[in-house]
Design a binder for this molecule. Sequence first.
Ligand SMILES: C[S@@+](CC[C@H](N)C(=O)[O-])C[C@H]1O[C@@H](n2cnc3c(N)ncnc32)[C@H](O)[C@@H]1O
Length: 240
Amino acid sequence: MQLILEDQVKLFTPYDEEFLKPLLNKDFENSLYTSWLKNSLPKRCIFWHLYQDLLKKNEMKVLDVGGGITPYTYSLKKECKDYVLCDILAHDQFLRPSVENFLYENDWLLLDPDPVDIIIANDIFPNADQRLELFLDKFLPFCKEIRITITFYNYNRFYIVQRLDAEEKLVFQAYNGEQCHNILVKYKSRIKDFDQALFDEIFYHNLEGSLYPNKRHIALFTFFGDLNPKGAVSDYSKLL
Ligand SMILES: C[S@@+](CC[C@H](N)C(=O)[O-])C[C@H]1O[C@@H](n2cnc3c(N)ncnc32)[C@H](O)[C@@H]1O
């Protein structure tokens, strides 16, 4: 449980040179997913925390919800016992053929889940998908651990969006910290290393500490799934 701030990024910096190398692969120079990682040290730091233990040979069955496609996707497929990417591929569809044999290209809500060790959801809730509670309720019974980042904006941020199934435009207001807090507090018994004071501090953090041009905040949480109620399967975020 941690808000990613300057200090966490500093701890990651010694690992960055090595981590960046695969992202410079020419085949990915037109990839938006990879450019997000290439262009943001904090984003690389978060990705590294979530995935680094899975990038070497391991016995984990992993479901990656909204993981996108980067050069690291293929390493995850190779090194994990099983790796499934569930993503509607809002971006970089030219890369679809290269992941076809392990891609579930549909809304996660429609996925009929097999039991897995780890479910990862990075940078999807609630910024790209506000069904955070539904997601946790659906997947906690099928895994040992959920690694999730929560992205929120402590100011009024909204977008005008077009419904795909109707001729209707809606205004989508991004969640602030308080809204995320009110949802996640219901799951506090499931959160690894839960500490009420830190939990409150994470969500009411001011804008100044943001590491991103759009002033968002990103917090990282581990949830215990029903398949391992006593603890997470790994102590993956060793630097946090
Ligand atoms: C902001 S991107 C984050 C991508 C990647 N995890 C990262 O951190 O760079 C959100 C991702 O979630 C996927 N996504 C959005 N809604 C989804 C849904 N309902 N089911 C599956 N994937 C979804 C998008 O296609 C996109 O790849």
